[in-house]
Design a protein around this ligand. Sequence first.
Ligand code: FES
Ligand code: FE2
Length: 398
Amino acid sequence: MGKMQRATSAANAFCDRLWGRGSDMADQMHSLPRVGRFADRTIDARTYTDPNVLAMEVQAVFRQSWIAAVPSWKLRGPNRYATLSESGIDIVVTRDANGTLAAFHNRCLHRGSRIVHGCGKAKELKCGYHGWVFGLEGRLIHAPASDGFGGVDVHGMRLISVPVREFGGLIWVNLSDQPRDFSDSLCGIDAELEPYGLSEMEPIEERVFSIPVNWKVMLENAFDYYHVSEVHGQTIHAHVKTRPEMALYGDHVRQNVHIAPYTWRSLIDRRCSRGGPYTAKQVSQLYKYTLFPNTMLNVLPYHLTVMRFWPDGVGGTRLHYAFCKRTGARGLEWARAHATWVASRIILAEDVRMLLRCQTHPDSQAVQHHILHDQEAAAIHLHETLERWKGRGADASG
Ligand code: FES
Ligand SMILES: [Fe+2]
């Protein structure tokens, strides 16, 4: 046994003692509802490799549904902006001096340049090409030599705005001509997340990873329970003895995962859990929400992990990852949030290592259909939902 394995087994044995492995709660098996459609459990392998499938997903799904553009913490306070530039979508979200939120296509009305980059504090948005300046509410406030456009009057022009909402520590936009009502689209998840006060969260770590794996493969890995024993056998598997419960909220999915028996942890977690009121399960279990199409929120009362999986060509993903604590967390709560962050990073590294070994350059000709297990039921739901949205897109264009 190598040094690393010895250290891991010793850590596991230690955690087993602390967490009272084998208690009634740990042994209780939750049933995972079977998803009835996709009855043959197969998915065409080309869905992960065909550029036309990706083009349809971007057009009929990402450009039609509510998408999480930027985290709320980037727009705290007046005179802020933050951008999203992924999958051919360029958006700038602003908060003006009065605190009003707005979102626009981040494209200059002169020659279509991307106007601003990243995020920051500013009273106006200035295009770096010819110097047009826009207010945070989108109005053109200065164009150099503005009388030189012949008969075109540029005064009073406004950036192209898009609907914007704030929820769950994120700012959401919708690029559709006919956006669905935001609250309706959440199907009750907003009420369920309310006690967590996710808008108070701020990042411990925030990063973007570029990973050469299809975006759906990445997302599915994040909610797939079937791989846990194989990929996380030396770490989390020993402490997750039950399958997650799964609930569907329209297009979205919630899984709650029981991580280790809730005995001694309750003493600490009660002191770490601000906000609420929480149900007993909300305090003791990790709730994982997959918000269609590409956002995952992992929540506990003292922590929030946000993962957004953006397609980067058919064979790539840009994973926007943020691990958060509540603003002002101190003492035990601070320690608990940071410890959960460290554990999450280890698990993420195990997943990414496996994906880089196993899921790059897929061959859709060798294995033409993937077969899904009960414990991959969330993936079945994802594919059903994607099919439905793509069907709507095809109807609209036909
Ligand atoms: S493209 Fe923006 S000012 Fe010319
Ligand atoms: Fe995993």
